[in-house]
Design a protein. Structure first.
Length: 92
């Protein structure tokens, strides 16, 4: 347990930041899962492409807020893009 005021404040700040980071991380994970599920189920390629832009947005927001590193966001976007590209090419 913290004994002085600054340590108590740091505990409060950390708890608040943890909650915000968790919310942002959950958003982009859910968006990614939704995209992968759409690819697995054979959804319309146009729908999958529009979902990709939503995932991009959530990843960029997560990187901007510092929840994830910018290179991590870039890597995830690149992998998703290649997966969607091959899906769209095969589905027509």
């Amino acid at each position: 347990m913290p004994n002085n005021a600054s340590a108590k404040k740091r505990v409060r700040q950390t708890a608040k930041k943890t909650m915000m980071n968790k919310a942002v991380r959950t958003k982009f994970r859910n968006a990614s899962k939704k995209l992968y599920k759409a690819i697995e189920e054979g959804e319309d390629p146009k729908l999958v492409s529009s979902m990709l832009s939503e995932v991009y947005s959530t990843l960029d927001k997560a990187a901007k807020s510092g929840t994830i590193h910018k290179n991590t966001a870039s890597r995830k976007k690149a992998r998703l893009t290649s997966k969607v590209k091959t899906y769209v090419e095969t589905r027509g």
